[in-house]
Structures are given as structure tokens and as C-alpha cells.
Design a protein. Structure first.
Length: 314
């Protein structure tokens, strides 16, 4: 019986995904061999893997240049202080071209900030709308109007507002970061808000009655009854919001030329070299893998915080 269970787990966990991936790679290579573009043949898996290695090598070379740059500064400043201990030394940040790995980090940091901002608004507001029919009726027209608005429509408005209002001489954040993060927030706000509202409104009435009988304070009612019961729907909204935010970010970076994976894709498209298609395909796969990993991260977090440990989560 144990060996049967382990065999089934092995089949479902490793063999079937491996078959699916192998079939996809074969289909990809078959199609790539038959597609010719103005930049050459469409890259297959082998060509894409070569570009992965090239991008990794470029990152290593750029980090080596940064290390050497910093070492030269340290030596120069040490000599200056040796001659004059009171001398004013300067330290300049390395301004080399961001590598593919740097662009990934930038995009992850931006989507995390936008996602956090959105859900600090969406979850509390969704709880209030779920508990209050009047609040829901007041908010619903606003939600339905702004929910379908494209990030491409928000981005110019956000850019102008940030440029006009964020004018400090020593900014904590770059304007490009704020533009992308706020655009992500405006677009990934709605799935969490709607799902939280539905989850809270659909709480079992027996739980609500128990809370009333026990005369729980409002905040205790929210913490002990409402949030645990609505967790599945809240996390459904969070997963949808994160996926939406990740897609929105790439589009915003491409349109506004803000640092990140979107800008990398657009720059390679404009570059038009023989390696560009392969490098763009690497970025496409990385974007997909990161989206998959982010969803798995949210699913793992949901499993940890949900009260029903026997629930099937996918």
C-alpha cells in the first residue's frame, strides 16, 4: 500500500510534468525550425539556453567591473587620506549598464511594492464592504468603473502626477520606480478587493450568531471570526492580484521605459541583433517562471495561515 502511494506520487509529481515539458520542447523546436524572421530563424530551446549562458556571463563581467571600480576608489581615497587625514573624500556609485539579473531584481522589488500598497487598501476596504451592505452599494459603482481600466491608460496619468508632486531634491525613490509601483497598485487592487468582499459577505451565519451571543468586540470579531472564515477567498484575490500586477508591470516598463524586465525586452527588440530573439525568449520564459513561483509562494502562505489544513488548494 505504501509503495503504491509512493508510485502514484512519483508519477504525478515527476513523470507526468516531465512528459509535458518534453512534449512542449519538441513542439517548440519543431515550430522554431519552420519560422524565419527578419532577424533570422526563430530561436529554439538550444539557442535560448546559449543566451541564458551569455546573459549570465555578462552579469559576471559587469560585477567584476563594479568590483574593480570600487577598488580603484578605495585606493585613491586611501592615498588622499594618507597625504592629508582631513581631506574630503568622494565616493561615486558604479553607473554601469544594468544586467539581465539586475533587471529581474528591479522588477521583483517594484511588483512587491505595488502589490503591498494595493493590498493594504484592498483587504481592509473589502472587509468593510463585506460587512456593510450600504458601504458595498456605495463602493460598487467605483469598483466596476475602474476595474477594467488598462494599465496603459493609468500610466500617463500616474507619470504626470508623480512628476508634479514628487519634487524633493534628495528623493528616497526614483520616479520611475514610483510610476511603475503605483500603476501596478491601481491595477491589482480590484481582484483582492472583490474577493475579500465576497468572502466576508458569505461567512456562515452560524459563526456570526456565535459572535453576537458572545458579544465579541468589533475588532475581535474581525480577527477571530471574519478573517479566518474569509481566508480562502482573500487568498484567491491575492493570487489573482499578484498575477495581474506582474503582467501589468512588464507592460508598464515597456511603455514607459522604466528599469526592469519590460525595458530589457523592448531594448532587445529595438536592438535588432541576431541574438535579440533568443534573449527576448529568455526574458519571456523568466517572466513566466517568476509568475509561477510567485503564485506558488502565495499558495504556500495560504496553506500556512488557513484554519482548514485538510482543504485541497490548487
Amino acid at each position: 500500500m505504501i509503495s503504491g502511494i509512493s508510485s502514484k506520487t512519483f508519477l504525478e509529481g515527476l513523470v507526468l510534468p516531465a512528459i509535458g515539458i518534453f512534449a512542449f520542447l519538441m513542439l517548440w523546436q519543431f515550430a522554431a525550425n519552420r519560422i524565419d524572421t527578419s532577424l533570422g530563424q526563430f530561436p529554439g530551446p538550444v539557442q535560448v539556453w546559449e543566451q541564458v549562458q551569455n546573459l549570465a556571463d555578462e552579469h559576471q563581467r559587469e560585477r567584476q567591473k563594479e568590483t574593480e571600480f570600487n577598488q580603484r576608489q578605495e585606493e585613491r581615497n586611501a592615498k588622499k587620506l594618507e597625504k592629508n587625514p582631513d581631506a574630503e573624500i568622494k565616493w561615486r556609485d558604479y553607473t554601469g549598464k544594468p544586467t539581465f539579473i539586475d533587471q529581474i531584481r528591479t522588477s521583483l522589488w517594484t511588483v512587491a511594492a505595488g502589490f503591498l500598497i494595493a493590498n493594504l487598501i484592498a483587504i481592509p476596504l473589502g472587509i468593510v464592504c463585506g460587512l456593510s451592505a450600504g458601504m458595498y452599494k456605495a463602493m460598487n459603482p467605483i469598483i466596476q468603473v475602474f476595474k477594467p481600466v488598462s494599465p496603459l491608460a493609468w500610466l500617463p496619468l500616474v507619470t504626470m502626477v508623480v512628476s508634479a508632486s514628487y519634487t524633493t531634491e534628495d528623493p528616497m525613490f526614483d520616479k520611475s520606480f514610483l510610476n511603475s509601483a503605483i500603476t501596478v497598485s491601481l491595477c491589482c487592487l480590484w481582484p483582492t478587493l472583490i474577493n475579500t468582499t465576497v468572502g466576508v459577505a458569505g461567512i456562515d451565519r452560524d459563526l456570526v450568531n456565535v459572535s453576537r451571543v458572545m458579544a465579541l468586540p468589533w475588532f475581535t470579531h474581525i480577527r477571530k471570526i471574519v478573517i479566518p472564515a474569509a481566508i480562502p477567498m482573500i487568498f484567491t484575490g491575492l493570487r489573482l492580484s499578484l498575477a495581474t500586477g506582474w503582467m501589468v508591470l512588464i507592460a508598464a516598463e515597456m511603455l514607459a521605459q522604466n528599469p526592469g524586465l519590460g525595458k530589457f525586452v523592448w531594448d532587445e527588440f529595438q536592438n535588432g541583433s541576431s541574438d535579440s530573439l533568443g534573449r527576448i525568449m529568455v526574458a519571456v520564459l523568466v517572466i513566466g517562471f517568476i509568475g509561477f513561483a510567485l503564485d506558488k509562494l502565495m499558495l504556500t502562505l495560504q496553506k500556512r495561515v488557513t484554519w482548514d489544513k485538510n482543504a485541497v488548494l490548487r
